[in-house]
Design a protein around this ligand. Structure first.
Ligand code: MG
Length: 417
């Protein structure tokens, strides 16, 4: 007999995602259902990022992992699927994605939350107005900050702040970080892509979590703020609230705590809190542009809707064309040339200005076989200082030069001892 009060775990959640103001598409993906919450942020030219993020999320969620082992297996399967697709399809070569998961898993000691992370999307834990970042960012600047070699302020403007050192699908195998936490009443979790954290700092996230207890409201407001601050990337936010109620001992259908080996008491938990899952397509309800379904008279339609004269329209058009030309010129300049950098611990050739220019980020042009660990300190510094190169041939010559000075990382490590 067990007279301990029985408890029911309730989860409620809400999410929001938006393309932002700069990116041509939304390459973030998210998933939320009872006990499984996922955010992925894809990378790779053409449609690669979108494909990688969605493939990873789909592979993981189809597996319906219930234990930590199953969750691990599902993440490694996701890595395999994305990697094999990238290898098989030339236009998807080099694609990858972050993958951040909060899952309610069944452990020997009962139900526990598992947090899994690869990449620089994040899981935060919020309790008593305190926000803690549970996950480590697998990014170049993240690694430097953990080693104490870079401040947060310097990281925010570092030319390689977007470089990942770990991602799903880039290599055949992937290393995965994990954490286990007990469910505690009142806890809140926040999963997000870097589109949020590059625009909004931890204090502001804390503030938004303290302003509203409703997960959906918090998620929408944070995505709206990320857009207001520039919206330079896709941003995705998923908020999960944890509630634990004592329930009548007779009401044993919703027990969350497994009791001994009585299988009938190890219940399938049903969410009763009207979860809101916001589809990525309607994440932010921006005012829709009312299209002119009845533009019978072109001139009066313009006048009626906008209330301006034809002259003003022409001036606006001229200004618009001039602005367009200016953007095109900046774009041409930003995309001109090449440099050699680091992605996922690998030396790569990138097209465009070091660190990007305004909203134009450099794009990955070629992977090399060189690992960061094979570079000597001087060459690593040359890479991080970001030398701009005129064309692809010059970038390839730069890489060939690096090859002449590679060090054996294992012998260096042994040398330290
Ligand atoms: Mg991103």
């Amino acid at each position: 007999m067990n007279d301990a009060p029985k408890r029911r775990l309730r989860l409620s959640w809400g999410g929001a995602t938006d393309q932002g103001h700069v990116r041509a598409s939304n390459q973030d993906a998210m998933y939320a259902d009872w006990g499984l919450f996922v955010v992925a942020d894809g990378m790779g030219g053409h449609q690669g990022g979108e494909v990688a993020a969605n493939l990873a999320v789909r592979t993981l969620t189809k597996a319906k992992p219930e234990t930590l082992n199953e969750l691990h297996e599902a993440v490694h399967d996701a890595n395999k699927v994305v990697h094999e697709t990238a290898v098989a399809e030339p236009e998807l070569h080099g694609m990858g994605t972050t993958l951040t998961v909060l899952a309610l898993t069944q452990q020997d000691e009962g139900r526990r939350f598992a947090v899994i992370n690869v990449g620089d999307s994040r899981v935060y834990h919020y309790r008593d107005n305190q926000l803690i970042q549970l996950t480590d960012d697998h990014s170049y600047v993240g690694e430097l900050m953990r080693r104490g070699e870079l401040t947060q302020e310097a990281a925010a403007v570092h030319p390689y702040r977007n470089m990942l050192t770990r991602a799903i699908g880039v290599h055949a195998e992937v290393e995965v970080d994990e954490w286990l936490l007990d469910p505690v009443a009142g806890d809140r979790f926040l999963l997000c892509s870097d589109g949020l954290t590059n625009e909004i700092d931890d204090d502001e996230i804390t503030e938004q979590l303290s302003i509203s207890h409703d997960p959906s409201t918090t998620a929408r407001e944070l995505v709206r703020l990320a857009n207001e601050r520039g919206g330079r990337d896709n941003s995705t936010v998923l908020v999960v609230n944890v509630q634990i109620d004592d329930i009548d001992s007779e009401d044993d259908e919703d027990l969350t705590e497994p009791q001994d080996s009585d299988k009938s008491q190890v219940v399938s938990l049903e969410d009763e809190s009207n979860p809101e899952i916001i589809d990525s397509t309607d994440a932010l309800e921006l005012p829709s542009k009312r299209s002119s379904s009845h533009p019978k008279k072109q001139r009066s339609w313009l006048n009626d809707r906008v209330g301006i004269s034809l002259g003003a329209v022409i001036i606006s058009l001229v200004l618009l064309i001039a602005a367009g030309a200016m953007v095109a010129t900046i774009g041409w300049y930003a995309r001109d040339g090449y440099h050699v950098g680091v992605v996922a611990d690998q030396v790569v050739i990138q097209k465009g200005r070091v660190g990007g220019l305004l909203w134009f980020d450099p794009t990955l042009e070629q992977w090399t076989e060189i690992q960061v660990a094979q570079l000597n300190n001087q060459d690593l510094r040359r890479l991080t200082s970001g030398k701009q190169l005129a064309d692809l041939a010059e970038a390839q010559a730069f890489v060939a030069d690096l090859r002449t000075r590679l060090v054996d990382p294992t012998s260096e490590a042994l040398g330290d001892n």
